[in-house]
Ligand binder design. Structure first.
Ligand SMILES: *[C@@H]1O[C@H](CO)[C@@H](O)[C@H](O)[C@H]1NC(C)=O
Ligand SMILES: *[C@@H]1O[C@H](CO)[C@@H](O)[C@H](O)[C@H]1NC(C)=O
Ligand SMILES: [Zn+2]
Length: 300
């Protein structure tokens, strides 16, 4: 409750200030999805957390976490071992199970998006320890990205269709695939239909929904979990897999044409996932870098 009050205060403050962001280039969660998750997270960081984050960010970020939230996608091919860390797949079932599903193509355990979130969170716990062996700038950029990814339902989809990548669909008149619809197309259509083609307007709208109308009662629950593992990332993947079945894959097959009916019923789900990604990323970072929050995301 105490935390909620403080977050509300921060959020209220943030809404009074125009959010200054440069609109990122449209790219493959897509660059815009990640940008929104991190921009939302920034609104919830405490002052002390924000100071540490800024200290860890590379020069190129200009003090802005959101600027480097797609970095992990850029290095994905140069650092090929990181590629499996962006997602996790289930064997065609609507439930995620860490011990069954979290490994890479060589069968190395923990090499999936959930393992990566745990890994980089643990590395960041060594902040302040001068003998740390980790590059915490990288750890932060990976963590910020993967917390976004795990909230994209099809980043925890089925193995056989590669999280929807092999399901060819038409998004209105454009040929694409189901994974891309969730990464990029729905966000683009939302921006042009509802948000004046302005990412900042979309971010503001999501922030308002978190604070006021639809979601404010749930936000506390987004931030905590009852697991004995190091983070709540397993829960995030479990939710994503279940949403993938309930919404993303539902009523879609090869060559489906997806239009208003799909868009209108799925967009609220997608926006909520972006909101949850942002709120939870902030909670993880506050838990790491602000002693007054130290137990907020860690479990019991
Ligand atoms: C921020 O950190 C400083 C130094 O570690 C500490 O003294 C201060 O109490 C912290 N502020 C809050 C609001 O937690
Ligand atoms: C954890 O991070 C280290 C250093 O970046 C990396 O070598 C290792 O593969 C990572 N493991 C996971 C599960 O992310
Ligand atoms: Zn990614």
């Amino acid at each position: 409750m105490k935390m909620m009050g403080f977050l509300k205060f921060l959020l209220g403050l943030s809404l009074m200030i125009t959010i200054m962001v440069s609109t990122p280039v449209v790219e493959a969660w897509g660059k815009e999805g990640h940008f929104m998750v991190c921009k939302i997270a920034e609104q919830y960081l405490t002052e002390n957390t924000s100071r540490v984050v800024k200290e860890l960010l590379p020069e190129s970020a200009g003090g802005e976490l959101a600027e480097v939230c797609s970095w992990a996608d850029k290095v994905r091919f140069r650092m090929r071992w990181t590629s499996p860390l962006h997602y996790v797949n289930t064997p065609g079932v609507c439930t995620f199970k860490y011990s069954r599903d979290c490994f890479n193509s060589q069968g190395v355990k923990d090499m999936c998006v959930v393992g990566a979130i745990n890994n980089y969170t643990a590395q960041l716990q060594s902040y302040g320890d001068s003998s740390t062996a980790y590059d915490l700038t990288q750890s932060l950029m990976f963590l910020a990205h993967f917390v976004g990814d795990v909230h994209q339902p099809l980043h925890a989809g089925f193995k056989d269709d590669e999280g929807g990548n092999t399901i060819v669909v038409h998004w209105y008149r454009r040929k694409t695939n189901l994974h891309h619809v969730w990464d990029v197309n729905m966000i683009e259509t939302a921006m042009s239909d509802y948000y004046n083609k302005d990412l900042n307007v979309m971010i503001d709208s999501i922030l308002k929904k978190i604070d006021q109308k639809e979601w404010s009662d749930e936000v506390n629950k987004w931030e905590t979990c009852r697991r004995k593992t190091s983070t709540c990332a397993t829960n995030y993947a479990t939710e994503s897999t279940s949403i993938a079945c309930e919404y993303a894959y539902k009523d879609v097959e090869q060559d489906s044409v997806l239009t208003d009916e799909y868009f209108d019923s799925r967009l609220p789900v997608l926006e909520k996932r972006i909101a949850q990604g942002g709120v939870r990323l902030a909670a993880i970072l506050n838990g790491l870098f602000d002693s007054s929050f130290s137990d907020s995301v860690k479990t019991e």
